[in-house]
Write a protein that binds this ligand. Structure first.
Ligand code: G6P
Length: 605
């Protein structure tokens, strides 16, 4: 989704802005642009191509200035064409980059047109640029303050004015914006990752904040225009987070990082130095009788997997709700609800809105399970559990998913203990199992060559069906999602028992059917479902625990997973399905880390 980098440097800022845009590429975009103040004018380049093309274009026109704003755009209002790419100008005076959606743009456009403003793009952003222009009387901060007061909707913006070199104004409402302070300048960006190369200290702006960057000075105002102080955070980032190293793609790197990420998440609760200060105390959850989990995409599937754990270990009713649907449903609370927002980024607009909706209905027990400690969701919730996946760059989520699963599992066990459904010794045994999880994941990763052979057999298919049962049904959904996201093969996940109620009609020898088969209580039922496929000439690809006793039969390929890993088995099977999607996509030659039309951090509805 859209990304912002802007700032004021002590030298030419263009290289820093472009480096920042490159770091934001993972969010997904369809155009990009950069503008700087140079010799008394605002100069810009924009392209529908990649940031490396923008870099060449900027070099070709000698773009050079100390004050600048830059953007990657993911089209919402208006097609991905050059005129709609940011920075958007109002005359030659004002330049704006914007993330989010202005809901009253139509109305503002009409009134600005009536005042003589001519619109050259279809974007809602142009409304902001002209509004700032209209309010400008020699002080860009005042102009932005007055203009933003007229905006409804969500925005993070960075604005500069031709007549005020050395100054950039930022504002946020509903979309993230962070100030980064470095040796060579002061910057603004949509996330800290963008500034990993330029800043060492960060300030997260709050809802409604305005920031005035003038030279090296940073002044923050709240929505009433009062000067405020926001906490500054020193940031240590490991170079390896942003680099591919020996891997071909970030997705591959992140799949292989999972044992370490999962171990970190476990240690954040059980290790000597725990950093989960925001977690609820066991007694605070004593009265909870039901859990509602909100999420989108992969995070929703983590929640769906965890439903089985909450029911089994804690004997509480649990629901996983798709945020974009839930936020518009009538609210029915059985009371004593724990609302859990599950999100990698902590900024997904629908999940944030669904969470706020539950709060507006009186829910007070809210917990964010997020990978970004300073995110809006963490700030919005009473409690938080920060997953320790580290920055996830690939648009298709992998290590964020498995660390979410670990967090949800630990929460379910803790609630089970608190409610007397899990004994002390059982809890200890589950924790031992958790500790063994990273090694078991390594074992699955070692099956990569076998998975690559499956990919060879699958990559020319047009469709694929994924089957699972129980807590492995969401894993089938996630396997199908991974495949469609990055390989563009049409894939569907089904609970295997539903096969005969529809999808069986699709089964022919042209339909690969991928089955996740743990050695659990439902195995014999699953075997019957597999027979239903085989009897119709379907091509079975079965991931089976080594102790299932399953052997290769005609019309079937088999990969033996480690022996059944109990309740945590979904965490192992999903790793194999991630690798499968990855290798199929490699064979199809798709843009794996930036799949078409998709974005990493979906900050608009
Ligand atoms: C986008 C990403 C997915 C992610 C989903 C939810 O669609 O491409 O990978 O699962 O958003 O994001 P969140 O940050 O809330 O987990």
């Amino acid at each position: 989704m859209c990304g912002i980098v802007a700032g004021v440097a002590q030298r030419n800022i263009v290289p820093s802005l472009l480096e920042g845009l490159k770091r934001l590429e993972y969010r997904g975009y369809d155009s990009c642009g950069v503008a700087v103040l140079q010799r008394g004018e605002a100069r810009r380049v924009r392209t529908l191509s990649r940031v490396c093309t923008l870099e060449a274009d900027a070099r070709a026109i000698d773009l050079d200035g100390a004050t600048g704003i830059a953007h990657t755009r993911w089209a919402t209002h208006g097609m991905p064409v050059i005129d709609n790419a940011h920075p958007i100008f109002s005359g030659e005076l004002i330049a704006v980059v914007h993330n989010g959606i202005i809901e009253n743009h139509e109305q503002l456009r009409q009134s600005l047109r009536a005042k003589g403003y001519v619109f050259t793009s279809q974007t809602d952003t142009e409304v902001i640029a002209h509004l700032v222009h209209e309010h400008y009387c020699g002080d860009i901060l005042t102009a932005v303050h007055n203009a933003t007061r007229m905006l409804q909707g969500a925005y993070a913006i960075a604005v500069m004015c031709r007549d005020e070199p050395g100054r950039v104004i930022g504002a946020r409402q509903g979309s993230p914006l962070v100030v980064g302070i470095g040796k060579e300048g002061v910057f603004l960006a949509s996330d800290t990752f963008a500034l990993a190369g330029s800043a060492e200290r960060f300030i997260y702006l709050e809802e409604g904040d305005l920031v005035d960057i003038e030279g090296k000075d940073v002044k923050i105002l709240d929505k009433e225009g009062q000067a405020v102080t926001r906490r500054e955070i020193a940031f240590v980032r490991h170079a390896s987070d942003a680099e591919l190293g020996a891997y071909r793609h970030f997705m591959q790197k992140e799949i292989f990082e999972q044992p370490v990420a999962v171990a970190r998440t476990i240690a954040s609760v059980t290790g000597r130095e725990t950093h989960q200060a925001g977690m609820p105390k066991p007694e605070e959850l004593a009265e909870v009788t039901n859990v509602v989990m909100l999420g989108c995409g992969t995070s929703h599937y983590a929640a769906l997997t965890a439903c089985g754990w909450f029911e089994h270990f804690a004997n509480v009713a649990a629901r996983a709700e798709i945020s974009s649907e839930y936020r518009y449903r009538d609210y029915v609370s059985p009371g004593n609800t724990l609302v859990v927002a599950v999100s990698q980024s902590g900024e997904t607009a629908d999940t944030l809105a669904a969470l706020r909706y539950t709060q507006s209905m009186g829910e007070q027990r809210t917990l964010a399970i997020c990978n970004v400690a300073a995110s809006a969701m963490v700030r919005q919730c009473r409690w938080s559990f920060i997953t320790e996946a580290g920055p996830e760059v690939g648009v298709a989520s992998t290590k964020a998913f498995t660390t979410q699963l670990v967090a949800l599992f630990m929460l379910a066990i803790q609630m089970g203990k608190q409610r007397g459904h899990v004994s002390e010794s059982e809890a200890e045994s589950y924790m031992r199992q958790l500790t063994a999880l990273p090694d078991a994941m390594r074992n699955v990763l070692a099956r990569e060559p076998e998975i690559m052979a499956w990919a060879e057999a699958l990559y020319q298919s047009d469709h694929a069906l994924f089957l699972g049962r129980g807590t492995h049904y969401p894993i089938a959904l996630e396997g199908a999602l991974k495949l469609k996201e990055i390989s563009y093969i049409h894939a569907e996940g089904y609970p295997a028992g539903e096969l005969k109620h529809g999808p069986l009609a699709l089964v022919t020898d042209a339909m690969p059917v991928i089955v996740t088969a743990p050695n659990d209580a439902l195995l014999h039922k699953l075997k019957s479902n597999m027979e239903e496929v085989r009897a119709r000439g379907g091509r079975l690809f079965v991931l089976a625990d080594s102790d299932t006793g399953l052997t290769v039969e005609s019309g079937m390929r088999l990969i033996h997973m480690p022996a059944w890993f109990g309740a945590l088995s979904p965490v192992l099977h999903v790793v194999a399905l991630q690798l499968l999607a990855y290798h199929v996509a490699c064979l199809r030659g798709t843009d794996i880390d930036k799949p078409r039309n998709l974005a990493k951090s979906v900050t608009v509805e």
